[in-house]
Design a protein around this ligand. Structure first.
Ligand code: NCD
Ligand code: ZN
Length: 420
């Protein structure tokens, strides 16, 4: 049994100190200090035979939370291994308190058919340190099979690129876009901005007139106040529209940002940042995805750099710090980092610290950290947040009940493929 002691646990929007015991990959018991019903966490029995693994945080201010499920990651392998591969990417996830990553299909050779999915699955199983899921790209060629639901059993969702980005996949035809709404897995859209957003929403509502039941529509990286108000309007009528925000659009604005340039959608002004934070708090924005999109520094320093920022190592520390500074509530923090992903993708992987659930968690301690001071796990080895100070950082991450990250040490344990 693994026992984690003297940690604060989230309980109904507040923190309560307690003990967590994990066995066979799942939470076996969760005890809160001062809980009269079970005698309190202090009464917890430790195996006298000494076979328990005990992590005691009595000398720290430590917080145990469900590890993040990151639904928007560009792992890059196969094809762009010089930027990132499954092992470096998933180690970055572990260090950042992320237990599950869902990989985008814009590889060098796009992931747009069953063979490509199979190849990626094999690599991920062999190399990933964290749980993983896969997306397939919609193309004019595969749209017929998409509508028939041919790939549903091996994917977490379908990705539609409506404007050009890394990988060069672009869909323009409304008929092709429509095909994605005839199967059941979530449809994720890179809209390219307000115009694309309106276009996909109109196709989505047209399909509702033709058939019962729609798959979730997931709008990637919302970045402007105009997109926020458009989405807010539509969400009143559709319970199945979800909006994502990235950490770089929340924490970096175009006027003060000085790091390596270019990301899609571009960074915006402080008014937009304000609208995004408000939308997190009022529920217009449902979920955070890093859009972890590594490119080498050499590429980023070129005259026309490829678009994309890495984000796996920094997302949880940044959002946790913001939560402690009251920019968002504990319950919204938990919802956007893991709760919403479970619901949208229909996976039960880590969003609740409850007896019987898979134990995918991370422990953060209070200790000032300058981003970048201890280097990076991502192969691209830089961060748009470099030099920013946060007060908390993950020191332990457990995957399916086993410690896979421990104060800078990594070990590959049993991982799961999600959505399959
Ligand atoms: C992403 C990439 O490099 O794969 N780049 C980015 O700027 N966000 C692709 C994408 O999500 O647009
Ligand atoms: Zn992306």
């Amino acid at each position: 049994m693994l026992i984690v002691k003297n940690v604060f646990l989230p309980l109904k929007d507040r923190w309560v100190e307690g003990v967590v015991a994990v066995e066979n990959g799942k939470y076996r018991s969760i005890l809160y200090n001062g809980d009269a019903n079970n005698g309190g966490a202090n009464s917890f029995e430790v195996d006298s035979g000494g076979s328990d693994q005990i992590l005691d945080f009595k000398d720290e201010e430590a917080y145990l939370i469900p590890a993040m499920i990151d639904p928007h990651v560009h792992v890059r392998e196969p094809g762009f291994e010089y930027k990132e591969d499954w092992s470096t990417c998933s180690r970055a996830a572990l260090k950042g308190g992320v237990a599950t990553i869902i990989d985008m299909p814009n590889n060098k050779v796009p992931t747009d058919n069953s063979d490509a999915l199979k190849i990626k699955q094999q690599i991920a199983k062999k190399k990933s340190y964290v749980n993983f899921g896969l997306y397939i790209a919609l193309t004019d060629e595969n749209s017929k099979y998409m509508a028939e639901g041919s790939y549903e059993k091996s994917i977490c969702g379908i990705k539609i690129y409506m404007s050009k980005t890394t990988g060069g996949l672009v869909i323009d035809s409304k008929e092709t876009i429509e095909s994605a709404f005839y199967q059941t897995k979530p449809v994720l859209v890179h809209t390219g901005g307000l115009e694309g957003l309106k276009k996909v929403l109109s196709v989505y509502s047209r399909v509702r007139e033709k058939k019962e039941g729609l798959p979730p529509l997931y709008i990637c990286h919302v970045s402007t106040k105009e997109e926020v108000s458009e989405i807010k309007k539509w969400k009143g009528n559709f319970g199945s529209i979800f909006a994502e925000v990235t950490p770089h659009h929340l924490f970096l604005d175009k006027d003060s940002y000085r790091g390596p340039k270019r990301v899609l959608p571009p960074l915006e002004g402080t008014d937009d940042l304000k609208a995004l934070w408000k939308a997190i708090n009022d529920g217009t924005i449902d979920i955070c995805g890093t859009d972890h999109a590594p490119h080498t520094l050499e590429e980023k320093h070129r005259e026309n750099p490829p678009a994309g920022f890495p984000g796996l190592e920094t997302v949880v520390p940044l959002l946790f710090d913001a939560m402690m500074k009251k920019r968002l509530t504990l319950s919204r923090f938990l919802e956007i980092t893991s709760g919403a992903a479970e619901k949208i993708f229909g996976i039960e992987i880590s969003a609740k610290i409850l007896e019987g659930k898979d134990a995918n968690f991370t422990v953060l301690i209070k200790k000032p950290w300058l981003i970048g001071e201890d280097g990076y796990e991502t192969k691209c080895a830089w961060s748009p947040f470099e030099g920013m100070k946060v007060d908390y950082r993950p020191v332990v991450t457990a995957i399916n009940g086993e410690i896979s990250y421990f104060y800078g040490e990594f070990s590959k344990k049993r991982i799961k493929q999600v959505c399959v």
